[in-house]
Every structure is written in C-alpha cells, then in structure tokens.
Ligand binder design. Structure first.
Ligand SMILES: *Cc1c(COP(=O)(O)O)cnc(C)c1O
Length: 334
C-alpha cells in the first residue's frame, strides 16, 4: 500500500526505536527528564525562541498557547480555513472560553495586516476585545502553502501594534522553511509563540513542541498539566523526536516528490493538480472524490477527500521516488 493520506502515517525508524529504548529518563513533571530537556533546548534554539515545551500533540500545543495568551471571553482572530479554528473541536471555546472572529486568507491562506486591522476589536464596556491572532504556516487546508517571512512579520506587527499577541501554528513549519529556503527561526521572528509537530514530516511517532519566551513556557507548563498533558518518563517518546528534528534537512525530497506526483496526475485525463508549494498535493477530480479514492484504494494508493471533487495526497519519509512514480501509474491504471 502506498499511503499518501498524511505525513503522520510514517513509522518510526530503527534508530528512533533504539533511541527510545536507550533514552535516559526522569520525571518530566518535575523537569527531570534529561532527554526531554535536551529536546526542548534544541528546538528552542532551532526556532530562535527562549524556551520550548514538549507536548503530546499539535492540537494540545495550539490550545495551550491560546489559553496562556488570553483572558476568558476575549476574541481570537483566526484564518477561516485554519486548523485551530476548523479541526480542533472548537477547542478555543471549550478550553479557553474564547470567541473566534475569522479572517479570509484567500487562495493561499495569507493573513494581511489590513485584515488584522479590520478584524481587531478594542475592549470597552460592551466588547471583550481581541486577545490573540493565530497564523498558520504551512497552511494545511490551502494545500500546504509556504507563507513568506515578510507576510508573517507584517500580520504579527499589525497585531502587536494593537497590543494583541500572536501564535503561529507551525505544524509543518519546517516544510515552509525548506520551501522558502530560510531558517525556521526566520519565520518565527515576530510571533510570540509557535507550535511545530515532530510527528508529521519529521517522522517521530509522537509529539509536538511549543516554543516562546521563558515566561510564556513557564505558564504553558502549568496549562499543559491543567489540560492533562503532564508526562513522567516521557524521554522514551522524546528520544525519537531528537532524531526526527534532523529530518528537517531532508524535507526537500518530499517536496520534489509532491511536484512529481502533481505533474504526473495533472497529465492524466480527468485530473487537474495545483503545483504544490511543499508536501501537500491537492487534486481536482472529474469523478466524485470518494469514488476516485475507492478506486485508488483497490490499486493500493491512499489519499483523503478534501471536498466533493478534491483529493489530498501528502508525501513523506516513507514514500520514496519509486513509490510516487508507482502511485501515478496505479492511478492511471485504476
Ligand atoms: C496536524 C495539524 C495540527 C494538529 O496536530 P496533531 O498532532 O494532529 O494534534 C495543527 N495544525 C495543523 C496545521 C496541522 O496540520
């Protein structure tokens, strides 16, 4: 089976499994797990932030950030197709009692300073006010678009000018950095916090990182406990993350494979594929997406529906060039 449903389907490598078995551990709730401390320090450094926190999932990282940055009842400005708004069970309302106000980021999911200015609400006797701006890079629902540093900076500055904090959902931040050919830390320069996933393109079995200032991470540590994410000898699951972090240097391979896949499918009758910016390929299908995916599955290729006539394929560590070329042939012969 060539599983291109998501970059989360990768299996931990032998070296990750060995690292898990050999990990030095301690009680992380007391801050005594050396492997976690090492991972947190490395990630903070790579992201250009003062400190970082290991969390079980990207969703928890985003939700902790929102809770730390805001007061109850405030508004969060979110992109209309963003993960934190659409795919986290309304967590901003459930965990942080926030109202959401959406910004339309257009075809590529870019939040402009003008849109921030327009969406901003000043607190007064009748309005709770805007407490947080959430950005996403790469933008998943828009097809893995890699949003340039200048765009992120501009939106963040517009928020800061109004006293609003900024959180960046960087589940695939390293894909954005690879596509834009910049350090990941360049993309986080103006934001107050960032979440990135170890368990997506980087290939770790579990875990995400939340990074920000020392003071922010101190609060995030408490909220992680509140949300039930305090962990004990979790160096066992952080050790593969240390190895996964190095995989950020090979994401260009996944992007090249995504281009191959898009070009291959686009040539076939009945398909039109956007040119991918990173590792996500969105394909428009003449036939209904569900029927197409059923036929693909019979041929041993998996994707996910992303609309009635849109399918998403995602390239990753466990699908090499041969797999991608085979996937195109199998789709053609379905
Ligand atoms: C996957 C994803 C998340 C959530 O990560 P989980 O580890 O699955 O909870 C958040 N934001 C974006 C953009 C994602 O793609």
């Amino acid at each position: 089976m060539i599983d291109l449903r998501s970059d989360t389907v990768t299996k931990p490598s032998l070296s990750m499994r060995e690292a898990a078995a050999d990990a030095e551990v301690g009680d992380d709730v007391y801050g005594e797990d050396p492997t976690i401390n090492e991972l947190e320090a490395s990630v903070a450094d790579v992201l250009g932030m003062e400190a970082a926190l290991f969390v079980p999932s990207g969703t928890m990282g985003n939700q902790i950030a929102a809770r730390v940055h805001t007061e109850r009842g405030q508004e969060a400005l979110v992109e209309a197709e963003s993960h934190i708004y659409k795919w986290e069970l309304g967590g901003l309302a459930q965990h942080s009692e926030l109202q959401t106000r959406t910004i339309d980021g257009g075809e590529r999911g870019v939040v402009t300073p003008e849109a921030v200015a327009e969406g901003y609400v000043e607190a007064d006797d009748h309005q709770a006010g805007t407490g947080l701006l959430c950005l996403e890079n790469t933008h998943n629902s828009k097809g893995g678009t890699a949003i340039a540093a200048g765009r992120i900076d501009a939106a963040a500055s517009a928020a800061h000018d109004r006293g609003v904090r900024v959180h960046l959902d960087g589940a695939r931040l390293f894909n954005a950095a690879a596509a834009l050919d910049v350090e990941a830390s360049r993309l986080t320069r103006e934001v107050d916090s960032v979440m990135c996933c170890l368990s997506k393109g980087l290939g770790a079995p579990v875990g995400s990182m939340l990074a920000g200032s020392e003071a922010f991470i101190e609060q995030a540590h408490r909220v992680r406990k509140l949300f039930g994410g305090g962990m004990r000898q979790a160096g066992m699951i952080a050790a593969p993350g240390v190895i996964a972090l190095e995989n950020r240097h090979r994401l260009g391979d996944d992007h090249a494979n995504a281009e191959r896949l898009a070009a291959g499918l686009d040539k076939l009758d009945g398909f039109s594929a956007q040119e991918p910016e990173t590792n996500i390929v969105l394909v428009e299908t003449d036939e209904p997406a569900e029927a197409f995916l059923d036929a693909c599955e019979e041929q041993g290729v998996l994707g996910v529906p992303f609309g009635d006539h849109v399918v998403r394929f995602c390239t990753h560590l466990d699908a090499d060039r041969e797999d991608i070329e085979a996937a195109v042939r199998r789709v053609e012969n379905r």
